[in-house]
Structures are given as C-alpha cells and as structure tokens.
Design a protein. Structure first.
Length: 96
C-alpha cells in the first residue's frame, strides 16, 4: 500500500509519460492483464488509456487491472489510469 507522499511522488513522475496501452470495446481480458504486467515489469510506472467505446466504467477497469497484476492504482484522472508495481529485475524508481 502506497502512502500519500509516495502517490504524490509517483503522480509527478507519471505526468510526462504517454499512455502505452488502451482499453477498448473488449474491456479487460487475460491478454490485456498480461501486457500490463509485462509493461510494469519493464517500466514500473505506466499509464493506461480507456477509450470511449469501453463498456466498463473506469473504476471497474482500474480494479480489474490492479487485482490481475497486483499493481497499485496511483491515479485515475479522466479516462487515464496510472499504475505502479515494483519491478523485481529492473528497479529504477526509489520511493520516498
């Protein structure tokens, strides 16, 4: 569980990152979870964009991705989700 100070730090780091994955009409599925998990292992901090044709709401999408990857939800802003998960091999972000 992240503290408020850690979330604030991660939000500032994520500000300049572009979303690398999109959730569309298919919603959250096994393939998306696998892609998010791989991206988190490589980068630790990612943004996921939710398209307008996604049938699930953004809180459900965030919950499903977070539960499937054991990642922390840093921020939900508009249709963009920010996730953090500490990498086991490529650790680059040091939390305060």
């Amino acid at each position: 569980m992240l503290t408020g100070k850690q979330k604030r730090y991660l939000r500032s780091k994520a500000h300049h990152i572009k979303p690398i994955l999109q959730v569309g009409k298919g919603g959250v599925n096994e393939n998306l979870i696998k892609q998010v998990d791989d991206a988190l292992e490589a980068r630790e901090l990612i943004k996921v964009s939710i398209l307008q044709n996604c049938v699930e709401n953004k809180e459900e999408v965030a919950h499903f991705i977070s539960k499937g990857t054991q990642a922390e939800i840093v921020q939900i802003i508009g249709n963009t989700l920010v996730f953090y998960k500490e990498s086991s091999e490529n650790k680059t972000i040091i939390l305060p």
